[in-house]
Design a protein around this ligand. Sequence first.
Ligand code: HEM
Length: 162
Amino acid sequence: GVELNPALLPLDWLLGSWESDEPGEGCFTSIKPFRYIETLNFSHVGQPVINFTFNAFHAETKKPLHRECGFIRMQPGALRVAFIIAQNSGLVEIEEGELTAQQLNLQSQALARVSFAREPHVQKISRVIQLRPDGRLEQTVSMATDNQPLMQHLHITYHRSS
Ligand code: HEM
């Protein structure tokens, strides 16, 4: 394939495909706890950009649920990382944060949604994506909505599938 753009070397541990191990756990004070499975793909075409898709499914029925896709860019000469994200729920967002070793700590910088998005609206998102010493990837997502403070919504781990 195409050679990785050197600007992305600090994120090379993300590249490829990942699949959840145990079903992920979803929660929030205002909803019933749920379980889900998810596949992730991170790829590149030689640009200083990673292309990604996250596809989540119902843990039992395998029905497609939440989907996100977008791009990852790094600030030249720095460890600042930006995720540019579109979600099938009608939300678009920019998340930014720092890369430390193999951990990304991201916070939403901008959120926008379709005019008819379901309420409550999310007002803030923070997410940690990290490669664990055992080679698994882990993602934790917290959010604040119109009527709830920042708290965890998702936790899941993945193994490499290619
Ligand atoms: C509910 C946002 C990812 C499954 C919700 C709610 C919001 C939200 C605002 C409504 C909370 C309430 O009623 O108080 C987000 C955001 C995500 C995300 C911003 C990504 C950053 C996911 C993923 C799944 C998921 C990956 C996996 C299947 C659910 C389910 C509910 C829910 C099952 C409860 C039922 C429903 O409202 O549809 N989410 N979500 N979400 N989310 Fe997420």
